[in-house]
Design a protein. Structure first.
Length: 107
């Protein structure tokens, strides 16, 4: 089973500053960079290079629970079978799609 983090509400995926600190302490370089470059009190919580199945991200969401979510996010974990998924997004609300979720049209 593979665990994938997604945002379950409208507003967009983001992590909290506490989550970024937790991940940086475990070695996530993107979070360390984001914390170092935050200007003043402005931490945005975006992750551009960390994959949604990243073990440190998954662990942070499991350990911190709701505290892992950024201001307009509700981070959740979906366990998937197999090695393929994509994140489907509408107005910031996401779902994890696997090949088993797709109703293929067969010709």
């Amino acid at each position: 089973m593979t665990k994938v983090v997604y945002n379950a509400c409208f507003g967009g995926f983001s992590i909290s500053e506490e989550c970024a600190e937790y991940m940086a302490n475990l070695g996530n370089k993107e979070c360390l960079h984001n914390l170092e470059s935050a200007s003043g009190d402005m931490f945005y919580g975006s992750l551009d290079r960390t994959l949604r199945h990243d073990a440190i991200l998954v662990l942070a969401v499991e350990v911190l629970g709701k505290k892992a979510s950024g201001g307009s996010a509700d981070l959740q974990i979906r366990e998937i079978m197999g090695d393929r998924y994509y994140i489907d997004e509408y107005d910031g609300s996401e779902s994890v799609v696997t090949p088993r979720d797709i109703n293929w049209t067969i010709v």
